[in-house]
Design a binder for this molecule. Structure first.
Ligand code: COA
Length: 281
């Protein structure tokens, strides 16, 4: 799906108009709430998404959907939500109809209304925020967080404790994108609009951000920051830097291997087996 489906042009314009006067938008405005909530409902059902990769491989952001999310927070009041002995106070409900959507959500996991979970997604106790898109058969493992508007592909494994950063403002900012078949190791942080290419393996504990250099160890070449090339294996490294106060080491990302397109890393195969049987790692 690229561009905006024709049917939603009028809705997009209505959202843009509201956003142009966001300072005047008040909680409880019925007409504005109806407009904005119909946009969020489209996100919730995966009919539209905040960002996607176009035919040329670039990430295209549909700003009107981010604007709808920002408006939603102004329009909705805090409500009390009670679940057994637990009480919450929030502006947004959680997703509903999970079994019908073909997803498995383990107790302790939360996915907010306006996020999309494709069929076959498994959420271990983890968090998926509004505007996020999680593709088919993807595993979001324990304590992983998929922040607002992040775009996660199909058959991805986000290991335990992974932090996928959210990018809501400004509306044209590119969200984090993890492409199909990628594996993100435990406790990685993928932030500030970083992109993990298709089939890439990111070793445990790696920080991927546009501020941190990515270096190919075979060639020594510095690659595009914040981007892990498709079908590569990346781990966390460090580089020496001289400062007036002395010599220190700053983090970098090292591309230690290139795999063939479609190749699965042998250490990741075990995880695929565990996932098929619904066991978290
Ligand atoms: C990246 C990973 C897949 C290893 O890939 P690999 O291609 O087999 O790489 P190797 O094990 O041959 O390691 C290559 C070099 O990178 C280093 N390295 C491996 N993983 C690393 C990591 N996460 N961070 C920093 N360095 C790492 C190794 O020490 C090795 O250096 P050496 O040859 O001097 O010892 C693996 O280490 C990893 O992080 N797996 C994810 C684990 C995980 O999070 N699982 C989730 C559920 S438990």
């Amino acid at each position: 799906m690229t561009g905006m489906p024709e049917d939603y042009k009028a809705l997009a314009h209505a959202v843009e108009d509201l956003y142009d006067h966001i300072a005047d938008v008040r909680t409880g405005d019925k007409e504005a709430t109806e407009t904005v909530e119909s946009a969020i409902d489209l996100l919730d059902r995966g009919v539209v998404r905040v960002a996607e990769i176009d035919g040329s491989g670039s990430v295209v952001v549909h700003e009107w959907l981010k604007k709808a999310i920002l408006l939603l927070f102004r329009l909705r009041a805090i409500e009390t939500i009670e679940v057994g002995p637990f009480e919450y106070a929030d502006r947004l409900p959680l997703k509903h109809g999970l079994a019908a959507a073909g997803v498995r959500v383990v107790p302790g996991a939360s996915a907010r209304w306006g996020s999309f979970l494709a069929p076959g997604v498994v959420l271990m106790p983890s968090y998926v925020n509004i505007g996020a898109y999680v593709g088919e058969q993807t595993m979001v493992d324990t304590w992983a967080t998929v922040a607002s508007c992040a775009q996660i592909g199909a058959r991805v494994h986000l290991s335990g404790g992974v932090g996928i950063g959210g990018v809501l403002e400004p509306p044209n900012a590119v969200p984090v994108v993890v492409e199909d078949d990628a594996f993100v190791g435990s406790r990685c942080m993928i932030v500030e609009g970083a992109r993990v290419g298709q089939g890439a393996v990111v070793g445990a504990g790696t920080i991927v951000s546009p501020s941190i250099p990515v270096i190919d160890v075979e060639t020594g070449e510095e690659l595009s920051r914040g981007t892990i090339p498709p079908w590569s294996v990346a781990v966390s490294g460090s580089r020496r830097r001289e400062f007036p106060g002395g010599e220190f080491f700053l983090p970098c990302v090292l591309i230690i291997k290139r795999m063939k397109e479609g190749e699965r890393h042998d250490k990741i195969t075990l995880n695929a087996v565990l996932r098929e049987h619904g066991v978290s790692t």
